[in-house]
Design a protein around this ligand. Structure first.
Ligand code: NAP
Length: 282
């Protein structure tokens, strides 16, 4: 029988602990979220983040801009938030419109307020094995989930499908730092199935129907990061859950697996940044 890696249950556990910790705070941490344009998925993600923060008492300020906003206006806002002592964490919701240079915007965030861990300083530290201020939310959430279920990666072959800066790349480094043997696959990978079948832990972060039951190792672990709407409008992941789950020892559902862990990590990171900033003051 496959074990479901239950992200909702772990989210509830971790957020309950975080709420207890926050109850002793004289001042609440503040998260600023920049949302550009009308992307419906982005709006839902931001709304979920805001609701989760509010439940914990974390102050969240969503700053909305039309899709026509200039790069300079966003850079000025980030500069203002960097200098605002009441703001502890800054998140720029991706994707951004094409006329805006995403890298320039992310690089403008002060590393000590970079709640996603995407700035060159935090990413560079991750790469060299130093501790960044915080770890990127989705990879951090995945590792929390694996830890909760006692899934060790040391010496294991972990295959990641997807090489984005927000999931695949940082996750690969975090797993490497835990002594996993990591293979990263992407759209140019030849014989994907031959590689995925050798994965003790297979993590798919693509955003399309991709992982079938003949692509996984018997009794392996499968983590599905993908989220998209299928032809019927149903939310689903990259993995054919119904067929794959009968072959694996552990598997994440979609929804209810990695998604709740990403939001949980965002809350944990906001509080971690608040703590770091306040320790620096004292
Ligand atoms: P992304 O930037 O679009 O990257 C997708 C990756 O998949 C790319 O590296 C791409 O390869 C690779 N790819 C595309 N088609 C492929 C194929 N047929 N075979 C092998 N690899 C293929 O996406 P992302 O931002 O990392 O997000 C990936 C998915 O995860 C999306 O569905 C997103 O909504 C979801 N997501 C979920 C969470 C969560 O909390 N659950 C968080 C973040 C993202 P190339 O590099 O060669 O183009």
């Amino acid at each position: 029988m496959t074990v479901i890696l239950d992200g909702k249950k772990l989210r509830d556990e971790l957020l309950e602990k975080l709420a207890v910790k926050l109850a002793s705070y004289p001042v609440m941490p503040k998260l600023a979220v920049i949302l550009v344009g009308d992307n419906p998925a982005s709006k839902i993600y931001v709304n979920n983040k805001k609701k989760t923060a509010e439940k914990l008492g974390i102050i969240s300020d969503v700053i909305n801009y039309p899709a026509t906003v200039s790069e300079n206006e966003l850079l000025e806002k980030i500069n203002e938030l960097n200098n605002d002592k009441a703001v502890n964490a800054i998140l720029v919701q991706l994707p951004l419109p094409e006329h805006i240079d995403k890298t320039k915007i992310i690089n403008a965030i002060s590393p000590i307020k970079d709640v996603d861990g995407f700035t060159p300083e935090n990413f560079g530290k991750l790469l060299t094995g130093e501790k960044p201020y915080v770890y990127p939310c989705t990879p951090k959430g995945i590792l929390l989930l694996l830890d909760k279920y006692g899934i060790e990666v040391d010496g294991k072959h972990v295959v990641i499908v997807g090489r984005s800066n927000i999931v695949g790349k940082p996750l690969a480094i975090m797993l490497l730092n835990r002594n996993a043997t990591v293979t990263i696959c992407h759209s140019h990978t030849k014989n994907l199935q031959e590689i995925t079948k050798t994965a003790d832990v297979l993590i798919s972060a693509v955003g399309e129907k991709l992982i079938e039951d003949n692509m996984v190792k018997i009794n392996g672990v499968v983590v599905d990061v993908g989220i998209f709407k299928d032809e019927t409008g149903k939310t689903r992941g990259d993995v054919d859950f119904a067929n794959v789950s009968s072959k694996t020892a552990f598997i994440t559902p979609v929804p209810g697996g990695v998604g709740p862990m990403t939001i949980t990590s965002l809350m944990l990171n906001t509080v971690e940044l608040f703590d770091i900033q306040n320790q620096k003051k004292s």
